[in-house]
Design a protein around this ligand. Structure first.
Ligand code: SF4
Ligand code: SF4
Length: 496
């Protein structure tokens, strides 16, 4: 498979003996000018890039007060040391969250503190040099912005926010990541991360309707650009064709069919994902978000519902109203936006949806809490709804549901290893090593409870697991979405 060693799965995640520099060779491909420029960034390193970077850091710490606090507040207590999956899997000490933060903090101290200006060596302050930039480019792209470290930090220092600021600074000086920035460019050009043309989406949905009719005997619709529908469904574009994602998309269609809710996809906003967040760029995040507003207005819908995508939900839940609101043209009886799990859960509670759980009896399932819904958003109207609602749907649709160890789920969940712009082939070593703690927790329930499948509500988690499960001798097909369970078990009636 690859020329690195897959970590061995022990019983529990042990703190590894450190291996300095173990991951220093790891860095993503650099974006070319034709990728950078449409996003408003220089195509290559600008002449006086050191000064530009220092000024940008000054601008960001002034604009985002949390960043200033994060730079000043760390007391080096070590509580976050063993909380990052990339450190646990790689043993590289620069993957310890505080060490990752220090990559920026050392530069901040040099230029923005008195002690750092006068006694740089004494306070660990560093000049902004090419070597420092290269180190940033390597280790800030070995952070999936999952926020696990922040849960354990007594001051709530959020390495994800620091990493986003670092990436914004790097883009500003002309050193951008090819993967994330190319994806953002595709959204501007085609409406989605994958560069799928509108016609291709419509054709795929048409043939999906035929497949589902063959399976169910019912005409279940997957409408595209249908004006006057009640719901605009915004999904990660992987849901249109990738496995296992599309099986969850079939579940969305069955839910709307059974509930008698009219709905549609939009080819203008055929993407829920928003990589603008990964690069810390509110301007790009806003440009991506605005498409959803435009599509909702153009189609005349009354509600906006998001599919199973972790970071899409983080952006939607936390920022959509600020970036693209007000949504006062939508039905005030529904939250803006809504998650498909909220819709399905509510319909289930009200008895609108009924399930034959035996249809999932061939599976013993466990739930992987994806980091963005878990630690950066919510669902429903009670605290912790993002944890309980997907689980309630699983219990309603499946007889055999098992939990992984409590220190690996809920708000302590381990990231899949590929969020935040890491889902790219050249970072496979970091992806496999970063997946280790999740794989370890999974192995425990496979061994003790006979778990056969791991369920999630994130397109990136699903794509990552399909790739990394085989590295740990699991079957790639043991990975599925909540709405695939729904799709299997839902009792359907003819609504035509
Ligand atoms: S990957 Fe997660 S745990 Fe690791 S440093 Fe980044 S935010 Fe913290
Ligand atoms: S837990 Fe917080 S204060 Fe302690 S070392 Fe980590 S970042 Fe610093």
């Amino acid at each position: 498979m690859a020329n690195f060693e897959t970590p061995v799965l022990g019983k529990w995640p042990a703190v590894p003996k450190i291996k300095p520099g173990a991951m220093s060779h790891m860095a993503p491909h650099v974006a070319k000018p034709e990728i950078q420029e449409p996003l408003g960034y220089p195509g290559e390193l600008v002449d006086n890039w050191e000064r530009v970077a220092i000024d940008k850091l000054g601008e960001l710490k002034g604009k985002y007060r949390a960043l200033q606090v994060f730079m000043d507040a760390c007391v080096a207590c070590g509580a976050c040391t063993d909380k990052c999956h990339y450190f646990l899997g790689s043993a590289d000490p620069k993957n310890m969250p505080a060490a990752r933060q220090d990559l920026m903090r050392s530069v901040y101290r040099r230029y923005y503190t008195l002690a750092g200006k006068w006694f740089p060596k004494l306070v660990g302050a560093r000049d902004m040099t090419k070597e420092v930039l290269d180190e940033w480019y390597s280790y800030f792209f070995q952070c999936s912005q999952c926020r696990r470290c922040a849960v354990f930090c007594p001051f709530g220092i959020d390495t994800a926010e620091i990493g986003m600021a670092a990436r914004e600074i790097m883009d500003t000086v002309g050193r951008g990541q090819k993967y994330a920035n190319e994806v953002i460019g595709k959204v501007f050009k085609f409406g989605n991360n994958l560069g799928l043309a509108g016609r291709a989406i419509a054709d795929t949905m048409e043939s999906l309707e035929e497949d589902v009719e063959e399976e169910t005997g019912l005409k279940i619709r997957f409408p595209v650009d249908e004006k006057g529908a009640d719901v605009l469904m915004v999904v990660p574009s992987a849901d249109f064709f990738a496995e296992p994602h599309i099986d969850g998309l079939v579940g969305y269609g069955k839910v709307f069919h059974q509930a008698g809710i009219s709905w549609t996809f939009s080819t203008h906003a055929s993407e829920g994902g928003n990589f603008g967040m990964f690069i810390g760029s509110y301007e790009n995040m806003q440009r991506v978000s605005i498409r959803i507003r435009e599509a909702a207005l153009d189609l005349g819908v009354r509600r906006i519902v998001f599919g199973e995508c972790g970071h899409a939900w983080r952006v939607a839940y936390s920022f959509l109203n600020t970036l693209a609101g007000p949504f006062d043209f939508l039905d005030p009886d529904y939250p803006v936006p809504q998650h498909i799990c909220e819709v399905t859960y509510d319909l289930t509670k009200r008895g609108v949806l009924k399930f034959d759980k035996s249809k999932n009896d061939h599976m013993v399932v466990t739930f992987h809490d994806s980091c963005n819904p878990a630690r950066a958003s919510r669902m429903g109207d009670v605290p912790g709804g993002q944890f309980t609602i997907p689980r309630e749907i699983m219990k309603a649709t499946c007889n055999h549901v098992v939990e992984m160890s409590p220190d690996t789920i809920g708000d302590a969940t381990f990231c899949c290893g590929a969020g935040g712009g890491i889902l790219t082939d050249e970072l496979m070593e970091a992806r496999v090593k970063g997946a280790m703690p999740r794989m370890q927790a999974l192995k425990n329930v496979v061994d003790t409870d006979g778990v056969t499948h791991m369920v999630s509500i994130c397109a990136i988690c699903k794509s990552q697991f399909s790739k990394v499960l085989p590295y740990f001798n699991f079957n790639a097909k043991m990975n599925l979405g909540v709405h695939q369970l729904v799709s299997n078990a839902i009792i359907l009636e003819n609504r035509n």
